[in-house]
Ligand binder design. Structure first.
Ligand SMILES: *[C@@H]1O[C@H](CO)[C@@H](O)[C@H](O)[C@H]1NC(C)=O
Length: 210
C-alpha cells in the first residue's frame, strides 16, 4: 500500500500558503491588541476625540477589511495548490457549498443579533450589551463568528478540491480556539464588573428609598 505524504498533497514551496497563514494568525492578534489597548488606555476613543461609538465603528471597518484581505489571500493560496481527485467529486463540491452557506449564515445572523458594536468588540469600548443574546445562532454555538468562519474556510477547501485548504482550516480552528481562550475570560470580566457596579447602584438606591 502506498503511503501518502502530506508534502505530496500540499505544495509547501508556494509562498502564498505561508502568507495566507500569516494573515489568518495576524487578524485576531491585531484586534485583541488594539481592543485591550482601548480598554486599558482608551487609545482609539482618544484618537476619535472621545467618541467611543465612532472609534468602535472605525475598528469594525478595519477588522472587516482585514477579513476581506485574509479571504482573498486564502483564495489565492488555494489557486496555487494541487487539487486532489478524491475531492473533485460532485458530492464534495455540493457539501463545500453547503458549508459555505451555513458558515455565512452563522456569521451574518450573529452580526444581526449583536449589531456592529456588539460584534466588533464594543465591550472593550465600554459599549456593553444589556442582556446576553440567546436566540439563533447563539442557541447552537457560543462562538458563531469563529465557527462560521471556520466552516467557510472548510467549504472553500472542498469547493476548490484542495487538500492544502483542509490544512489551512485546521490552522484557522487552532487560531480561533486560542483567541477564544484569550478573549472569553476577559469579556466575562468586563461584564462581571458591570454587573457588580449595577448591583452596588441598586443597593444604594434601595437605601435611598428607605
Ligand atoms: C435555535 O433557535 C432557532 C430560531 O428560534 C430555532 O429554529 C432552532 O430550532 C433553535 N435551535 C436549537 C438547537 O435550540
Amino acid at each position: 500500500m502506498a503511503s501518502v505524504q502530506l508534502s505530496e498533497l500540499v505544495d509547501f514551496s508556494q509562498k502564498s500558503l505561508l502568507i495566507s497563514a500569516v494573515s489568518i494568525a495576524f487578524n485576531p492578534t491585531f484586534w485583541n491588541i488594539i481592543a485591550r489597548q482601548e480598554y486599558h488606555n482608551k487609545v482609539l476613543t482618544r484618537l476619535f476625540g472621545g467618541k467611543s461609538q465612532t472609534a468602535c465603528y472605525f475598528l469594525a471597518a478595519t477588522i472587516f477589511s482585514l477579513g476581506i484581505v485574509r479571504d482573498l489571500l486564502y483564495e489565492r493560496a488555494l489557486r496555487h495548490q494541487p487539487s486532489h481527485p478524491l475531492l473533485e467529486t460532485k458530492e464534495v463540491t455540493y457539501f463545500g457549498f453547503a458549508l459555505l452557506a451555513l458558515g455565512n449564515l452563522l456569521v451574518v445572523s450573529s452580526t444581526w443579533q449583536l449589531g456592529i458594536t456588539g460584534t466588533f468588540l464594543g465591550d472593550y469600548f465600554g459599549i456593553l450589551m444589556d442582556d446576553i443574546v440567546t436566540g439563533f445562532p447563539f442557541n447552537v454555538t457560543d462562538a458563531p463568528m469563529y465557527y462560521g468562519s471556520t466552516m467557510s474556510f472548510l467549504g472553500s477547501a472542498l469547493v476548490y478540491a484542495k487538500p492544502a485548504g483542509l490544512l489551512v482550516t485546521v490552522f484557522v480552528l487552532f487560531v480561533y480556539l486560542v483567541a477564544l481562550r484569550f478573549e472569553n475570560p476577559f469579556t466575562a470580566g468586563i461584564y462581571a464588573k458591570r454587573d457588580a457596579e449595577r448591583a452596588a447602584v441598586s443597593k444604594s438606591d434601595t437605601k435611598k428609598t428607605r
